[in-house]
Design a protein around this ligand. Sequence first.
Ligand SMILES: [Fe+2]
Length: 305
Amino acid sequence: MKAKVSALRCVDLGFADPDKAAAFFTRAWNLDAVGEEAGVHLLRATGPFHHVLSIRKAAQPAMIRMVFDAADQTTVDTLHKQVAAHGLKTIDPPTTLRQPHGEYGFGFKDPEGRNIAIVCGVKDHADGADQPDRPRKVSHVNINAGDSDATLACYRDALGLKVSDTTRKFHFMTCNADHHNIVLGYSGGPTLNHIAFEMPDLESVMKGAGRMRDDGRGIEWGPGRHGPGNNVFCYFLGPEDMPIEYTAEMQQVDASYRPGTPEDWTWPSGRLDHWGITKGPSERIESAGLKINFTADGWRLDDWR
Ligand SMILES: [Fe+2]
């Protein structure tokens, strides 16, 4: 049986001014600092994952890596075989890791050069309860693909994600009960569309929007409720114009969920979400993600040492 990753655990970001970016994500975005080593900031959400964000120095803002969780070492080994069998050439062998990054895992580049890590055995936090107004985890990453078909095939066949819905613009993919953990756009890649952080409820999304306003950041899209996933949303530009989203109420799906097609997901004229109280995404946020690439130096699992 095909092995699959079980969660999107963490994203590794690069910023020209990592200290300033880390200050934003703690002070305004409501994550908590949980360590710093060799200039790399580690930030946690309220959920149990040891950290959901790492921030380090880069020449320009970059999406350096997406880290997925696997159930155990056997699953890591099987996923490694699947990645190799998919024809991907740039792959580390599974190896022992150093906490807090896990006990075992490997890294590889997807067909468009994005850095992916698959890990297991991270010593996570014992406390993981929701807290009002604070993100609980990374919800999903929405990436612009250059070759969407090749990227989709990799995430489906090598990582075991399933397509939960397809619209005229995006493939929504999941590895667990969340409707989507990864969203693949059809063009503009390989760049970032946005990173979404899951809040415990709508109230927290709205309070977060107010906090962004206090921080001098406008809402770039929202508040609204998406079609696929039925999640509420509000989008902002974070440090160095990193596109970020607060979301909540993500639809939970199981094997009985029937993926929709572009014909199933249409909006009445002038609408792009269920509520229709704001216009679509700003030009600023639509263009910002196109400048965030995945090709920063460093792809090995141990490159933070
Ligand atoms: Fe999103």
